[in-house]
Write a protein that binds this ligand. Sequence first.
Ligand code: SAM
Length: 404
Amino acid sequence: MDGSDEVLEDAVLDLSGESAGEKGLDSSSPFFVSKKAAAVLKHEILKQYVVPFASKVGRYAPDGRVVYLDGYAGPGRYEDGTPGSPALILDEAARIGGFRQLDCYFIEKQRKSYSSLAKLVEEAQQKGISAHALRGKVEKHLGQVLERAQGAPLFAFLDPFGLGVSYDSLTNQIFGSRGWATGRHATEILLNFNANAVRRIGGYLNSSKDIPGKEATLEAMDAACGGSWWRDEFRASADNVEAVRRITNEFSKRVGQAVGASSWRIAVRNRAHHQVAYYLLYFTRHRDGAWLFGDAVSLAQVEWRRACLPPPEEDALFSAVDTFDEEEKQREQEWVATIRRNIQGLQQKLGAFTVDAHLPQIMSGVLGEARQKHIRAAVKELYKEGKTGCNGVGDLRKLRITAV
Ligand SMILES: C[S@@+](CC[C@H](N)C(=O)[O-])C[C@H]1O[C@@H](n2cnc3c(N)ncnc32)[C@H](O)[C@@H]1O
């Protein structure tokens, strides 16, 4: 299946892999004082995705147990009380406790952060949630968590500040320890691929300065990327923006091909005009995951745009908050119009086609923004205007869009 491979897009869905297989801050760091917009997007994606994932794959798991691993957990909450990834996942675990057991493992190496995390986990345990706080490096605990995850679906969130687990751990240890099958062996990873680390470490390549630890850092990047190929990509790029995109793109392709997964690549910024802070890379071996994740990203982007609104000025008659909903509606109409054009283009090219087989093409230009409901709206509009015989009702992915 062809994947959309627009290297320059902010959101990329690459389905080509799915056929292939048959240094830390502490909790007193400003990072954990209050949440920035980039973290809003990251957390909303997690929040929007983990429950649908657990609900779906937990059906095949003994006792509905789904393992969730947060390998770089942090303190659990920001100082102002806002949930970090552990607190928000523990809330979600409680919410679905009646029908799924989200068995949560949180790993944190920094002492102070670990101590806050452990308290949060203890409170959750007292409420009957299956949660475990593990102190130390993710590399130390990964093996035992993977053992606990044998026979159950696994979702791993890997969110380091800089370089994360090695490429080998990601492909061989995590994916390699799991069966090829989906269902109760489902394995999905959401990974923070840090753009700042790529810019900083790549900068060493062009520097003749004698920087302490330079060689070791370059080698650590080789281990994270699964080889020194990224050095050539960096050198061949016109600037840092291109370098980060090329390296992220190639990395996610390599992982996808190695483990037989399709992937999403989502650029995360603190403001629309800022440089990319990191890419969230999502890997799944199941087409359902790719669809569900797309919807989660779309919903999370709404919250990111809300978080980017300027604070209302005192005494101002109108604020951006007042027009937000109206602008969102306008945006949605534009997405539907884009999707309509894409569908009509496909009708011209292919005659009839099923939605599931052409997701990246149908969503071209609005990937990571629009979601399934916008595809359905576009099909229904075309049907009403007599431009397809497909009425847009029923399982969206199975819809066969005919030309007239
Ligand atoms: C970006 S923060 C995590 C934020 C958290 N996931 C959230 O969304 O609220 C990264 C955390 O990873 C921890 N850390 C760094 N290297 C680690 C390692 N090798 N193993 C485990 N934790 C690590 C840091 O101390 C820091 O608390």
